[in-house]
Design a binder for this molecule. Structure first.
Ligand code: NAI
Length: 393
């Protein structure tokens, strides 16, 4: 007898929900994709058809597999079809009240043992769980965009989550070909917290008139990053990047380390959102990215400064038990394609020299923004390095 496929429910058929539905379908599940909006469902169906055609043309999928994947997804506005699902992953609008309402509704629809998960990138899982009747079966599963291509998934237990669910969620993500890391439910989780200085310090350097966006981008690319901070902000969308920075800043009770930049706000106000609006830090309408006017002699101090702040953030996240050292490094290399894990990079550069850069900045500016992590200070004194093997981390 043929075994019945496990049903996975997805709520929200936008960019993320559609991508997660594809991942579940290509992993052999039957998928129920719910949206309140018929046109979003149609768009999602068309998008998958065109991805599937591309993959078949490239011989990555057979025609049969392509049909199977597309057939496995039922798209509907009828929430009752979620009833047989053993997992339901929510990927709707980033709004705490709306998400909470959706989970309360899901609790009345699915089996009491079904797992409920949110793909939120910035909201508190604990706050959502606090409004549920069975918060122990609720967990965060933070995929990255585009979900079918990005390996990383942050698994985030709420305070109320049953501990064994973390392992179950990791196994499920591995079965879907993903690389799961576990993050504590704190603002920005791992990636969106640790990456803040990549943007924030780059903006600060430009704000002070010390270098142009082109020079900062070229400096970071010379250090091994695939894209410079300004190119990346233009790709993400300056509005989206600004909103994440603002939410992390507020959630950390206005810690100056995460303060948003006026330059970025002005770009948002002007509608210079990046690629999607044709103009951001670069012009996209007429010409490709300009690469002239780069001051190569500034590369050294620019990358020193930004990388030291990134390492500081990763060290602090480790110190505050946001994740293991190994997961912190995996998150940055697999989630945002950093050339190296930041803690491995700290070991390579030396904790002492990294600390020196931070102390120099703190002395120069006298700002709390540059305060070095207490962990780096201790490690420098004791001449320690980060232990990065997964068992020891
Ligand atoms: P989107 O705007 O592309 O799609 C959201 C979909 O949810 C829309 O189709 C909308 O019709 C539907 N929707 C909204 N409220 C609903 C409701 N009450 N019931 C049913 N459907 C509803 O958004 P996107 O970009 O896919 O993001 C979804 C979630 O994933 C958000 O929580 C976001 O923070 C998170 N996320 C987004 C990433 C990104 O880069 N876009 C990356 C990682 C997480």
């Amino acid at each position: 007898m043929k075994k019945e496929k496990e049903c996975i429910g997805i709520v929200g058929a936008g960019a993320m929900g559609s991508g997660i539905a594809q991942i579940a379908a290509q992993s052999g599940h039957s998928v129920v994709l719910v949206d309140q909006n018929d046109s979003a469902l149609q768009k999602s169906e068309d998008a998958l058809a065109s991805v599937a055609n591309r993959l078949v043309a490239k011989d990555r999928w057979t025609m049969e597999f392509s049909h199977e994947v597309q057939r496995s997804i039922t798209r509907t506005t009828d929430w009752n079809q979620l009833a047989p699902c053993t997992w339901v992953i929510e990927a709707i609008v980033e709004d705490l009240d709306v998400k909470t309402e959706v989970f309360q509704k899901l609790e009345t629809l699915v089996d009491s043992k079904a797992i409920l998960a949110s793909n939120t990138s910035s909201l508190s899982l604990t706050a959502i769980a606090g409004q549920l009747s069975h918060p122990e079966r609720f967990v965060g599963l933070h995929f990255f965009n585009p979900a079918p291509l990005m390996a990383l998934v942050e698994v985030i237990p709420a305070l109320q989550t049953e501990p064994s669910l973390v392992k179950r969620a990791k196994l499920q993500m591995e079965a879907w070909g993903k690389t799961p890391v576990v993050a504590k439910d704190t603002p920005g989780f791992i990636v969106n917290r640790v990456a803040r200085p990549f943007y924030g310090e780059a903006l600060r350097i430009v704000e002070e008139g010390l270098a142009s966006p082109q020079t900062v981008d070229a400096a970071m690319k010379a250090s091994g990053f695939r894209m410079g901070p300004f190119e990346l902000m233009d790709l993400i969308g300056n509005d989206v990047n600004y909103a994440v920075t603002q939410s992390v800043f507020e959630a950390f009770y206005y810690d100056p380390r995460y303060r948003p930049s006026l330059i970025q706000k002005q770009h948002v106000d002007a509608g210079w959102l990046g690629r999607k609006s044709g103009k951001g830090y670069y012009l996209y309408e007429t010409s490709p990215i300009e690469t002239d006017a780069v001051e190569t002699e500034a590369f050294g101090w620019i990358s020193e400064r930004i990388i030291a702040l990134l390492i500081n953030e990763a060290a602090d996240a480790f110190y505050l038990n946001i994740a293991t050292a190994a997961d912190l490094d995996t998150a940055m290399t697999r989630g945002v394609n950093y050339p190296k894990g930041l803690l491995a990079w700290a070991n390579e550069r030396g904790i002492g020299p990294t600390l020196k850069v931070l102390e120099g900045l703190q002395e120069l500016y006298g700002e709390d923004r540059y305060r070095p992590s207490i962990l780096l200070k201790r490690m420098a004194v004791n001449q320690e390095a980060f232990q990065l093997d997964a068992t020891n981390a």
